[in-house]
Design a protein around this ligand. Structure first.
Ligand code: ADP
Ligand code: ZN
Ligand code: ZN
Length: 796
């Protein structure tokens, strides 16, 4: 008996299955989808069995050295998905297969076999292995057929389980916490007194982690230290759960809501599709607040009743505890959560729950589309237009495409939900390639908030140089007086601050990238956001030695300062990359805002989604133009989406909401259509633009980028690739380039690209595979050398 194994070397000529003989002990145990250790040249490598066979294609066949699993980690369906993925996204097969397995299983983790139940449930041979123990190192399992089979059966019956222990993954972590101490005295300063009062309030049920106090309650570490030193607080070590979501598991008993008429219609269509095992994708176009999530929840309930499973994809940034709670309240512990903020140990735990059929629903970001379910009844992709569904590294897949492929195997529908569907999806729905479902009204029957445009050119003419127009400021003051809440949105990219010399025009660029440096007030530093290069802010111009060198533009931090100066009484929370870097800080800031510990939430893109706070009655966009002016054909679409999403934040409760958009180009169609809440008209107009310029959905686009330290190497590769493609593609396809990429150098690597626009190229995957094979040797040594991006989101 032989096994075909894909080995873990992403290299030219090796991207295919190799034959290995099965040792006697492995017969009847080894199966496709298991990981193995195999001799390869002089080394031993990990690999994955993709097939068993009675014959080998070569004569001198070596044996598999070791089985790393005793039950398959990849089902036949996922193995097939892997080869489809490698072909469709042009990558090595091993890369595609590993993308579906949790990182913990790839790392050099310690592996254990654990006894879940009484020892007499397993074979005596296995009992003997355990002796008095309930956990043994996997290595102790002998290469013996009877024992291996018994272990394999034990795992399938859930009497045994395999457990990976990682460096970061100890099941319990120790954390610093404090309790309050009785004291006759008061702390000295007001700040210390306030801090202690907060801790007393929070700590009534025992010790509180210091991290919670800092992140969730905004307390200062040094004040806490002082209070410990002066014996107002006592320090402890406490043990916390590895899974952060476990704590807030719901009981799965929340009653469902009575659906509105529109919701009922949408729900029934989905339910019928599930029952008919139709895999025609469905697009649920529902305005913000129209109750899409309730439709998902009830459709999933139906799927579970039929004994099938559901995958729910949510953009990384919307996957907040708020969101997860909603699913846990409904489905209790039938839910697994896959989130990139989980440690690899935590991710492994969630993956294992799915693998062992302990849960029937997974809620997760992009990669949850690979959840190892065997009987999927429904896949939901919420906010389907989000660019985070596309992976920007090997394998460069789009979760929507993967979901649709899987749905065909499982014979189940994929529901794409959005208030602002992508042009691609809406066009397909219009042509009935997808079934179109719509929720045109808000559940609370409130109209969508009124949107007011403010022409910032008028403000400038009137002498107002601030980022805040007088109207916006008046409205903010009004809400502050009424004790209502406000969100203000600022586009990070357009607002980054750069340094320029007023005498000679010198601009501070990164020495390694073709991009200007960003000024950070903290530490008075200049930083490159692409490669991390840092330097101290210049005292004089490096070019002409003039002292008149200063920074321009406005970062969130500066806007916050300006706002605080204008409104000293306002309590502001700033949310941007700087304030949310730490794990959990994003949710903590939102929680504080939700508790009305602040009046204004000022932030970047990340605040546009998922905020569901009843007291928000005003949403402001400080400048709508920055996103609009990016060199990307999707800029108007993204602007429309963002403005619409932001509008959805205001007036979700009984109070009326209002939106103010400041702009230098109020006449732009993306802004005008957002103002009138008119997705259909925006779609019609935008489609005309796309048709004229030859962009998706009229044409497919593929971007090939080469990057190398030597400009000439990158140039030559792009030229050769262009020639290669010209010979093979039909004359209806257009090949643009080779040209330098818009950012022509990053991290001391020169970047060149060519772009292909095509309508029909039946053999495109094969042609790209051939091209990729040609460069495999180079890609193996340096995976950044070549990037083939089939549905690019980023053109820089
Ligand atoms: P969307 O996801 O479309 O923005 P949500 O599903 O978040 O909308 O629903 C908005 C609000 O309306 C939520 O607070 C939700 O609990 C509530 N809701 C949804 N459907 C109903 C219903 N049928 N009856 C009452 N409230 C509902
Ligand atoms: Zn100068
Ligand atoms: Zn740089």
């Amino acid at each position: 008996m032989y096994a075909k194994v894909i080995v873990d070397v992403a290299a030219g000529g090796v991207d295919r299955p190799f034959d290995y003989r099965l040792k006697d002990a492995h017969l009847g145990v080894a199966a496709p989808g298991m990981r193995v250790l195999v001799p390869f040249g002089k080394r031993k490598l990990t690999g994955i069995i993709v097939e068993l066979s009675d014959t080998a294609s070569v004569k001198n066949v070596k044996s598999i050295s070791e089985l790393l699993d005793v039950t398959p980690v990849l089902s036949p369906e996922l193995l097939d998905l892997g080869s489809w993925l490698a072909k469709e996204t042009t990558c090595f097969q091993i890369t595609a297969l590993f993308a579906m397995i949790p990182a913990a299983m790839r790392a050099k983790a310690q592996k254990f076999l654990v006894l879940n139940e009484e020892a007499n449930h397993v074979d005596v041979s296995v009992q003997a292995l355990f002796g008095q123990r309930i956990k043994i190192p996997f290595k102790e399992i002998p290469e013996d057929k009877t024992i291996l089979k018994a272990v394999s059966r034990g795992i399938q019956e859930n009497v045994l389980s395999v457990y990976y222990e990682l460096k970061d993954g100890a099941k319990h972590k120790e954390q610093k916490a404090v309790t309050t101490l009785q004291s006759a005295q008061q702390p000295k300063t007001t700040k210390q007194q306030e801090t202690l009062a907060t801790i007393e309030r929070v700590a009534d049920s025992g010790a509180v982690p210091v991290a919670t106090l800092i992140n969730d309650h905004g307390l200062s570490r040094s004040t806490i230290q002082t209070l410990i030193k002066n014996e107002f607080l006592e320090e402890h070590q406490i043990v916390i759960e590895r899974n952060p979501y476990e704590r807030q598991a719901g009981d799965g008993r929340e009653a469902k809501q009575t659906l509105t008429h529109d919701q009922q219609v949408a729900y029934e269509s989905i339910r019928d599709a599930v029952e008919e095992r139709s895999s025609k994708p469905m697009l649920l176009h529902g305005i913000t607040g129209s109750g899409k999530t309730e439709v998902y929840l009830q459709a999933i309930e139906q799927v579970l009743k039929e004994g099938r499973e559901a995958i729910v994809l949510v953009p990384e940034i919307s996957l907040t505890p708020q969101m997860v709670e909603r699913f846990k309240r409904r489905f209790g512990d039938h839910v697994a959560v896959m989130h990139s903020a989980l440690s690899s140990g935590e991710r492994y735990d969630e993956w294992m729950k799915i693998h062992r059929n302990e849960v029937q629903v997974v809620v997760g970001a992009r990669s949850a589309v690979f959840a190892p379910f065997n009987n999927i009844g429904l896949i939901i992709i919420d906010e389907e237009h989000e660019s985070s569904y596309k992976q920007e590294d090997y394998p460069r897949y789009h979760a929507r495409e993967v979901a649709i492929y899987r749905s065909q195997t499982h014979e189940c529908p994929v529901v794409l939900g959005s208030a602002t569907p992508s042009m691609e999806s809406f066009a397909r729905a219009k042509k009935d390639v997808y079934t179109l479902l719509s929720l045109p009204k808000r559940v609370n029957k409130k109209p969508l908030p009124a949107i007011e445009l403010i022409d910032m050119r008028d403000e400038l003419r009137g002498g107002n140089r601030s980022v805040f127009s007088s109207q916006l400021l008046d409205k903010v003051k009004d809400r502050l007086a009424k004790e209502e809440q406000i969100v203000l949105f600022l586009n990070r990219r357009g607002f980054s601050t750069f340094v320029m010399c007023r005498s000679c025009g010198y601009v501070g660029d990164c020495p390694h990238c073709e991009i200007s440096l960003t000024y950070h007030q903290r530490g008075n530093q200049l930083k490159c956001h692409y490669c991390g290069h840092e330097e101290t802010m210049y005292e004089e111009c490096p070019a002409c030695e003039s002292e008149h060198i200063r920074f321009f533009g406005t970062g969130t931090q500066k806007v916050e300062e300006e706002l605080q100066k204008l409104l000293p009484e306002a309590r502001i929370i700033r949310m941007d990359n700087d304030t949310t870097r730490k794990k959990g800080s994003h949710e903590a800031l939102l929680k504080r805002f939700g508790n009305h510990e602040a009046d204004i939430l000022l932030g970047t893109q990340m605040i546009a989604k998922g905020l569901d706070f009843p007291k928000i009655t005003l949403a402001g966009v400080l400048t709508a133009d920055t996103l609009l002016n990016l060199p990307d054909f999707r800029a108007p679409e993204r602007t429309f989406q963002l403005l619409t999403q932001l509008g959805g934040r205001a007036g979700r409760d009984t109070r009326e909401g209002e939106v103010v958009i400041q702009t230098y180009t109020p006449e732009h169609y993306a802004i005008q259509h957002a103002k009138s809440h008119d997705f259909e008209s925006f779609f019609a107009y935008e489609m005309q633009q796309r048709r004229q310029a030859g962009y998706p959905p009229y044409y497919f686009i593929c971007l090939i980028t080469f990057s190398h330290e030597e400009l000439l190497t990158a140039m030559k590769a792009a030229e050769r690739a262009t020639r290669f493609l010209k010979e093979r593609l039909s004359d209806q396809s257009v090949i643009l380039g080779p040209t330098p990429s818009p950012i022509s150098r990053i991290n001391d690597r020169y970047r060149t690209q060519c772009m292909i626009k095509y309508k029909r190229e039946p053999n495109f995957s094969e042609i790209l595979s051939e091209l990729f094979t040609h460069y495999q040797q180079e890609v193996h040594k340096d995976s950044r050398f070549m990037a083939i991006d089939r549905h690019p989101n980023i053109f820089m």
